[in-house]
Design a protein around this ligand. Sequence first.
Ligand code: ADP
Ligand code: MG
Length: 351
Amino acid sequence: FDMFVLAFVERLFRPTYRKDDFVVGKKLGEGSFGVVYRATPSKPSSKEGDLVLKKATEYGAVEIWMNERVRRACASSCADFLYGFLESSSKKAPEYWLIWRFEGDATLADLLQSREFPYNVETLILGEVQDLPKGVERENRIIQTIMRQLLFALDGLHSTGIVHRDIKPQNIIFSEGSRTFKIIDLGAAADLRVGINYIPKEFLLDPRYAAPEQYIMSTQTPSAPSAPVATALSPVLWQLNLPDRFDIYSAGLIFLQMAFPGLRTDNGLIQFNRQLKRCDYDLVTWRKSVEPRCGPELRRGFDLLDLDGGIGWELLTSMVRYKARQRLSAKAALTHPFFDREGLLALSFMQ
Ligand code: ADP
Ligand code: MG
């Protein structure tokens, strides 16, 4: 009850926007349910700087709900959401418009594609180029810092009762303001605690990053996909089904891609997924099957994960597991010894 009153009051005092308040700029992306643009406020006097605008179909209603929740409950986990509204000009089909602050130019996917990864991220996070010898130790610290930021953001979402369900490098943006990674694209998310349990058709899930269970709950696909479906799901049910572990699996695959450059391409990842399936989703079995005849690149990835007594590998295998209940929660992962070291912070003091 309190939450709804708070939401109402908060909304009452926040500036509202209309279509004419924005000048639409360059297209940033196009998904199945909307198009994303850069935008600027049309009034030069506006305090808001660069913005991002998503024009979405009927699914936009759910995405606005999720962003409003995040804004109040765990704002630092996701891109800074300003406002969402229904835009129904007479001629066209109704569209939902969603407005965020422009966080920065690079997603983790962009950064992973660079030959410089992970040093390009080190520069972004520390704000300066480090004059230190390159090697797996340093790369491990950078990857540690990225994983910590990602798990921190996920913990925020999960503690709020939201499962993202589309965690992948394309949906992780580097925020230049806070010098941290934030999560974007709540279009496929589910809010289980409050009861907005919208389960869209499975094709919404990206098969490259989806955990084997595919569905976060026993499926309740609504017949009419136009409106959120309210079901009362208690925290008890959350405990039983552990839907948050779906995101943990995806985050584990991102960890893997950071350690192994060969898995950063679509083909590399798809081939890995096939191999893992053949190993009944057991990473240890997968390692045994590839390590004896692996090339220098895979070798280097294993060496990185084996640093400090193999705690990186230990964390990875606690995230990418077949059974959801055997995967660590985001909160538990953050207390894993892999994160005991200071990560990048220590690097900047090493000079
Ligand atoms: P979809 O995947 O449905 O097209 P996203 O919400 O993932 O929509 O946004 C598409 C792209 O737009 C992202 O991959 C990112 O490059 C860019 N983008 C989205 N939100 C922001 C933001 N707040 N700041 C900067 N860029 C963003
Ligand atoms: Mg996206």
